[in-house]
Design a protein around this ligand. Sequence first.
Ligand code: MN
Length: 238
Amino acid sequence: MPLTLYKKKRSFKETPEPTGGKAGGAKLRFVIQKHDASHLHYDFRLEMDGVLKSWAVPKGPSTDPTVKRLAMMVEDHPYDYRNFEGIIPKGQYGGGTVILWDEGYYEPLETATGKKEQEKILLKQLKTGSLKFRLYGEKLQGEFALVHLKGKQENAWLLIKHRDEFAATTDITKKDKSVRSGKTVKQVEKAPENIYGQTKRPAAKKTASKTVLQKKAAPAATLKKAPAVKPAVKKKVH
Ligand code: MN
């Protein structure tokens, strides 16, 4: 799935989400974003072929090998999306709050030398509908499988933990904080200054208004101008 579908669904003028990015690391990355949208779900994303292959897991991952979690394959996401934590404005595709629930590296179980070969194996497994890999995350570790459910819905897969030393029956989703910010979904929601898009706002403008305020001892005109910036940002947050 190319990124065309991803780009189609979003209006980048209004949302601060990443549009691309190059996968340049020596290891393959994975990320799981907890996404409180119209329905809470976990977006499980594996770097492959320069993009993030993505599955929406409604109940989130389980470390219990007897539990199979439904994972709906969705459109590829840009590599840079792995850094996104923040708020997608309501009314936009996927509107809601996103935290980086887990992240790290992953590799296929099948032995491979180097990233290129790993990707080759994974892409082949993706085609045949049976991915077997090892995660090196902060919350999730060890062997997992993603298995395509045939016959039912086209994009339905199952996420299953393999039996290994990292298997456990405790509910891993109880660990509900971001591995980057340490914040819960609620905390990110309440702190709109942590929106990814804010760092992407034209830096020149931001610095300029700040400088004006500091240097010119804030004459009336400047003070009037400054607050005008804020409501625009708040609007985005909603
Ligand atoms: Mn999502």
